[in-house]
Design a protein around this ligand. Structure first.
Ligand SMILES: [Zn+2]
Length: 185
């Protein structure tokens, strides 16, 4: 989570490095991919702000007809802990309160005091998931911005998008919608 508040390129690179296809992306393309995905997020935030007249993710959720559900994740192995999810068919965003609160407490322990409590902090996760909704229902998946050949057999090639690009787009969207500094905050 700390990475989200840092430098944009470091955040983008972090997402790419965590992508299963990272080893297939030529290093010369990293910055261009990050820039493109980030711009899609930022431009989408501008467009939705113009169209719906709000920077509050909670209001945007209502205006877009999404269902917002808050749950406790309970005990799961640390590598499987997630803060939020989006289900396209159900038009539903799920926030995991205990996991989000845990992330906030970790940031606060490091002296990061911008967000006082869960209610303030959850906006970031709602905005992030709204971007995934917009990808599914309006602008198309940012992950398909670039396709990599992951398997080649004779004349057949199997290509795949880069999931991390959707995450980078969601970060750009969240920061632009909430007017957060893109470099540090
Ligand atoms: Zn995401």
């Amino acid at each position: 989570m700390e990475k989200f508040f840092g430098n944009r390129n470091a955040l983008g690179l972090f997402e790419l490095q965590n992508d299963p296809l990272f080893s297939k992306i030529p290093s010369a393309n990293y910055h261009q991919l990050i820039d493109k995905a980030w711009s899609i997020g930022r431009n989408t935030a501008d467009k939705y702000y113009q169209q719906y007249g709000t920077r509050f993710p909670e209001e945007l959720v209502k205006k877009l007809g999404l269902v917002l559900t808050e749950k406790k994740q309970g005990f799961v192995a640390p590598q499987y802990r997630i803060c939020s999810e989006y289900y396209s068919n159900l038009r539903q965003i799920i926030l995991y309160q205990d996991t989000i609160t845990g992330e906030l407490e970790k940031l606060q322990a490091k002296g990061f005091i911008k967000y006082k409590d869960y209610t303030e902090f959850r906006s970031l996760f709602i905005a992030h998931e709204i971007f995934h909704h917009i990808e599914c229902h309006d602008i198309g998946l940012t992950s398909k911005l670039d396709k990599l050949t992951v398997f080649r057999l004779g004349p057949w090639r199997i290509t795949s998008g880069i999931r991390a690009l959707s995450e980078i787009g969601a970060h750009g969207f969240t920061k632009a919608l909430l007017n957060l500094d893109e470099e540090t905050n």
